[in-house]
Design a protein around this ligand. Sequence first.
Ligand code: ZN
Length: 659
Amino acid sequence: MLFTAAFSAFACSEKVQEEKEFNYTDERFADVQILHYEVEGFENLSLQQKTFIYYLNEAALWGRDILFDQNGRYNLEIRTMLEEVYQNYKGDKNDKNFKALEEYLKRVWFSNGIHHHYGSEKFVPGFEREWFVAQTKCSDEIAEVIFNPNVMPKKINLAEGVDLIATSACNYYQGVTQEEAEKFYAELKAKGDQKHPVMYGMNSTLVKDKDGKIYEDLWIANGKYGKAITKIVENLKLARPYAEDAKQQEVIDKLIAFYETGDLKIFDEYSIAWTENTEPVVDFVNGFIESYGDPLGMKASWESIVNFKDIEATKRTEAMSNNAQWFEDNSPVAKEYKKESVKGVSAKVINAAILGGDLFPSTAIGINLPNSNWIRAEHGSKSVTIGNLTEAYAQSSNGSGMLEEFAYSQTEIDIIKKYGQFTDDLHTDLHECLGHGSGKLLPGVDPEALKAYGSTIEEARADLFALYYLADAKMVELGLLPDAEAYKASYISQMQNGLLTQIVRIKLGDQIEESHMRDRALIARWAYEHGKGAGKDGKDVIEMVKRDGETFVKINDYEMLRNLFGQLLAEIQRIKSTGDFNAARDLVENYAVKIDAELHKEVLDRYTKLNIAPYKGFVNPVYTAVKDKSGKITDVKISYEEGYTEQMLRYSKDYSPLK
Ligand code: ZN
């Protein structure tokens, strides 16, 4: 599971203002701003650690093409075509068509495909079809995919009542209907180990051949995506001798064995070894991990992150994980849905060294893995907050004007300025270290029972856990917050974001699709509705105040709001624990999807005036190995000079085995 930057425009603190001269911001296009991130502390690592990181970074870059293909079967071909036109164009580079192609290509790089990385809708090209076809050998089939708005309009469709596979452009199923796919996996599950089920379907394309036989085309070294996987394995083998301990070598061995066989039991063994390997400073994720990109929530997209521990900041999350059982015991959730013993929730703050696949260029700021429910219950999970990325986000949004535009009054602005940075970081830590790891399924409940609503419910569960505890005296007692007022910053952010500001990321007329956004809307709107007349003296807990045609969110009763978060947490945990699909659907459909058109327009107008990019993503640093005559690495240099376009073209040239 991952945690995305909620809305970093609110982040603002003293820490941010006294910064050094690192240049975080790069270019802007469409709805995106590109940032650089600084790999703080890399120079202080040992040569062994730097060498280890170097090879793991290489392994992280070789999987990029896999994701492009997973996101849509024409993506690689289209990317290659666009890059050729872009690099070989002989006409005027200031003409309208070329400019539009350049922006479109930048968006395709950013989304790893032709659909928006977040909203999932297909991009509308600004260049003419006739012009494009004249530049390159583009078949009618491909031209239709690029230019016809009715062909593959969405990457992931979660709308009710239609075949989700047929209406989604993602490339995980070939020739099968949703019903056939669900039946195929239901049968596998029924036959398999009930207590320790593997993550069925996560590493394959489900195909129906011309005889009507349905089978899994595995993503392995000598199977589908084999050329990319072989390069990944090669670099994992080069990294292996530099691992920090024997357990970490075992982790690499298991991962390689999984890439070579596709055996999901080996993947579970790998996940357990990885979860238990908490000592090393350097760590990494490389593989098929998250299933947000599959409308059925099974197929995992390829991603990688290489990172190392930020020792100082990790003290903060350790204070939390050392008290994990206390948090579990004292939550408002019913006793039968709680874990009797919370297993090793390891938590740390890390700095990212490189981002790859589904974590690049748009990325998470926190990660909690593995995703297997029984492994989490029996072996715990690893949870990280990515410190240097959070820092880069905060830097870039400082002084954007967002806070001043949408805050109800100076009081809210002051609270956010004073406490925002503390509570933002802490919210992420609580969400990842404790939220996702809390609670349990009742025996026999299918972990996928909530189907398309599962991700939203899971994210809401983790967020509510965080919101509930941010206001707890325990936070101050553990030294995580400075005083009993600080949590208000997170409540203001949550309610403003969920009721108002997050919809700036959505086009007028569209609905909320992405799980984290649905989660935030669900929480804010549910609390708003259930807080009517429930505050002190019968007042509303939260008000939507109109002032000169502009809407503001005002919290009248913070204590009661915490109480509401607790009530909703208890209900959402019940839904998860019992696999109550109908209740999940009702909550999500009633609170998390639709947007009031009038309010949407108002918020977009106010936001447009501020001229801020709603999405951010990153350029990776460039690592250069200095080698001696024998080819052994003697040092690894890092530089931040490379720009976005340069980097994307280089990756497409040097790390593209599948096109
Ligand atoms: Zn999460």
